[in-house]
Ligand binder design. Structure first.
Ligand code: C2E
Ligand code: MG
Ligand code: MG
Length: 746
């Protein structure tokens, strides 16, 4: 304890018992002591008694108040007052106690130490005041010898400091807990590093510069060396993220980072500190330049903080790995469907109107996979992925995103001068290589322009999907842009398909028959079986409407089976009623051919009903040849070999090449109604005439359909057309009516 040298007041005497405790030469700051007393003399005596006192390395600084009211004002203004030496009786008997109440209750300052003093011995405040308001000490003024005063003030300040330390670490710990949980939620390494530096800056009370570093390998994408890289920075000029620490050209920083990393421990020894952060094999070092050395308490807090967030550092890497697994396609290394969907989310909300997105679906890929094996299939997919990706290499700045979103489906998002039918189709102009094979591939494309895009990723994916499905169905156009109208149509179509499915299950489909007649004899020699869909209200939905839906949904396979069975039954029933000359024509669609057992199932049915095969005719349209001509030709050849007859329906309206036609095992050509309608008008019979001629040259039977007038019949006669079918003779009719018709017209 140091006493004032010129102390001559007998009120005081030197007490040197605590000398060691208060001898401290590094004087930083002061302790503010408020003396409250209405007697000015007490002020000077107190100040004198405590002069030159140094407590825990600091001198005292005095503030004076001469009334309770004054005191309250001063305490409010000076929030760094640590001790109040407070007279109890001033302007009122309890003025001092009011100040106590004000400090504890109104200002809610629990840390300020209060020493009550009273001039009147015996006039002591109640014990409850001392307990309730956390009064440090209570002294009568006569007790205040220098020795007692010094001891009291010393104890009060020490107690203040302890409270303060606890408080500080409490706040620090609260901060650590809340920041640690924030950091646990971080999903990127950079975000995590940013968060850690931000929290450390707060904890250390304003760092000048700091960097968060880790070895590149295994931490940074596409970086494979072991140098230290900066993941986050504060306070340093320029953007240093993902740069090597050496680019800082700060020898001390480089040295400290590498030392800390190899010694695996913090270094708090100077104003420049290095901190070690590790979770398993994930290790990092933080280098900070501080304004002053960190006090012990803060060092401890920083340590606690780092131990706490280390788990988060491990997590963020784990998360990254999982994320990679969740968002990458393993085969091609492209982003996968989930990642594409996320990118579409950005696309949907982007303000750039020159963007477009597309799906690319490789045609018949499953056949290639089945035929050539999965290895070749995989290599082809990798080759396709590479070629699509090459677009972004060739068009730098295009920001093209390429993803694999299904087995043989790729998604792209980018500027519309790249994501367009021309650019994407061009990718498939040359064959793709897999092992020694060079295979040509074709694809369908569904596009959506930004201006047409829905409000979120899922909607956009649906839109390009709609366009893609239409492109797959469209025989001429393999690249289609999404339009709103398509969606309306899709909805309508889905509703119709659903209805068709239930109505078919409920036996609401009927097979009607339209007579076919020989032109030479005028006698009925056959019938075409035509589907009818009866609606609730007794009307009919045209097959021209629902057959495409049945084809689109695949429902035509089941329906077609039923049609064949009905037709067989009908032939049998007609035979039994004596109409043995009547052949039966049945229309078939491409999805039926795609069923592996199509040929066998027809033959089975025919045998089951003992139908003479030559009385059973399949009507195919030219368009059936568009997709996979060889498959259809093979099936027809087998059916023909069984004795069935094959007719080419709607001839002349499709797009098949004559070379395929020649390969078809045909028995009959059907001249479409379109060529018959105007046949009797001068100069408008040329196509029908040619078809009839062609049929005869090919040794085929020729039947014309859609005859509605006698003049049309007469013209056909002159051309030597064999058979006819049309409203002029009879409309399609239910089975019982057809029997009746036969009875009346045979
Ligand atoms: P399609 O095979 O060309 O059938 C001939 C169509 O022409 C029938 O229309 C028939 O009612 C109509 N027609 C016949 N003569 C005349 C006429 O003189 N004037 C006019 N205006 N029309 C005539 P429908 O029954 O509406 O069938 C339309 C199409 O639906 C058929 O054309 C066929 O492609 C398809 N279709 C019908 N039933 C089936 C079936 O069971 N399976 C398959 N796959 N398609 C079927
Ligand atoms: Mg037909
Ligand atoms: Mg036809």
């Amino acid at each position: 304890m140091q006493a004032s040298e010129n102390s001559n007041d007998d009120f005081l005497f030197i007490d040197d018992s605590d000398e060691d405790e208060i001898l401290d030469t590094s004087l930083v700051g002061t302790w503010k002591v408020l003396i409250v007393d209405d007697d000015p003399e007490i002020h000077s005596v107190t100040q004198l008694a405590l002069s030159d006192l140094i407590v825990l390395g600091r001198r005292l600084e005095y503030i004076h108040a001469y009334s309770g009211a004054d005191a309250c004002k001063l305490i409010e203004e000076n929030n760094d007052i640590v001790v109040v030496l407070l007279d109890v009786v001033m302007e009122t008997d309890d003025a001092g106690l009011k100040v106590v109440k004000y400090i504890r209750e109104d200002l809610n300052r629990q840390d300020i130490r209060i020493v009550l003093r009273t001039g009147q011995p015996g006039y002591a405040p109640e014990e409850s005041v001392i307990k309730d308001y956390d009064i440090n000490d209570y002294k009568t003024k006569t007790e205040l010898t220098r020795r007692k005063l010094v001891t009291t003030v010393f104890a009060a300040i020490r107690s203040y400091q302890q409270i303060n330390t606890v408080n500080q670490s409490r706040i620090g710990l609260e901060q650590i807990i809340s920041s640690a949980s924030l950091l646990l939620e971080q999903q990127t390494v950079h975000g995590f590093a940013d968060g850690v530096l931000k929290q450390l800056n707060i904890l250390t009370g304003g760092t000048v510069n700091s960097i968060f570093c880790a070895r590149g390998q295994g931490i940074l994408k596409n970086i494979d060396d072991l140098s230290f890289y900066i993941l986050s920075q504060t306070g340093l000029s320029g953007i240093l993220i993902n740069q090597k620490v050496s680019t800082l050209k700060n020898e001390l920083a480089s040295q400290m980072v590498s030392n800390c990393y190899s010694h695996k421990q913090h270094d708090f020894s100077s104003k420049n500190i290095s901190l070690y952060l590790a979770n398993g094999s994930y290790r990092a070092v933080i280098y900070m330049e501080l304004e002053e050395e960190l006090p012990e308490i803060t060092q401890q807090l920083v340590e606690v903080f780092l131990t706490n967030v280390a788990v988060g550092y491990g997590n963020v890497h784990l998360f990254h790995k999982l994320r990679n697994a969740a968002y990458k396609d393993v085969l091609t290394d492209l982003p996968n469907r989930l990642a594409f969907l996320q990118a579409l989310e950005h696309f949907a909300t982007s303000t750039n109107d020159h963007l477009a997105t597309a799906l690319i679906d490789i045609n018949h890929f499953s056949d290639i996979n089945d035929g050539l094996g999965q290895d070749i299939g995989n290599q082809l997919l990798i080759a396709v992925a590479k070629r699509i990706n090459q677009l972004s290499v060739d068009n730098t700045g295009s920001n093209l995103l390429v993803a694999r979103i299904g087995a043989d489906v790729f998604g792209v998002i980018g500027s519309d001068d790249i994501v367009n039918p021309e650019m994407l189709s061009a990718l498939f102009e040359f064959p793709f290589s897999a092992e020694e094979q060079h295979l040509p591939l074709t694809a369908c494309f569904g596009f959506c322009r930004k201006e047409e895009a829905g409000s979120d990723g899922k909607k956009v994916l649906n839109q390009i999907n709609i366009a893609l499905n239409l492109a797959k169905k469209d025989r001429q156009n393999h690249a289609i842009y999404y339009e709103q109208a398509m969606e309306d149509k899709t909805l309508w179509r889905l509703g119709m398909i659903r209805q068709l499915r239930t109505d078919f299950a409920d036996n609401r489909l009927e097979l009607w028959y339209q007579p076919q007649l020989s032109l030479a004899t005028g006698k009925v020699n056959g019938a075409e079986a035509l589907l009818r869909w009866r609606t609730e209200d007794g009307g009919f939905i045209s097959p021209a409407v629902f057959i495409p839906l049945a084809e689109y949904s695949g429902l035509i396979v089941e329906i077609g089976d039923w049609v064949i069975e009905q037709a067989c039954q009908q032939v049998k029933a007609l035979e039994q009623q004596g109409f043995e000359q009547v052949t039966m024509s049945v229309n078939v669609s491409i999805p039926q051919f795609r069923q592996g057992n199509f040929v066998a199932s027809i033959i089975d049915r025919i045998k089951e009903y003992q139908v003479e095969p030559s009385k059973f005719e399949l009507e195919i349209t030219e368009n059936i040849l568009m997709d996979d001509p060889q498959m259809v030709i093979d099936a027809l050849v087998r059916l023909k070999a069984e004795g069935l007859r094959i007719a080419l329906d709607d001839f002349g309206t499709g797009f098949s090449s004559l070379s395929y036609l020649q390969q078809l095992p045909l028995d009959r050509l059907k001249v479409d109604r379109a060529f018959v309608t105007h046949i009797a008008e001068a100069g408008r019979s040329i196509i029908a005439d040619t078809i009839i001629n062609l049929g005869k040259k090919m040794n085929l039977n020729v039947i014309a359909e859609g005859i509605e007038e006698v003049a049309q019949q007469e013209h056909l006669k002159t051309q030597g057309c064999h058979d006819v079918q049309g409203f002029f003779y009879a409309k399609p009719m239910p089975a019982d009516e057809f029997v009746q018709y036969l009875k009346e017209n045979s």
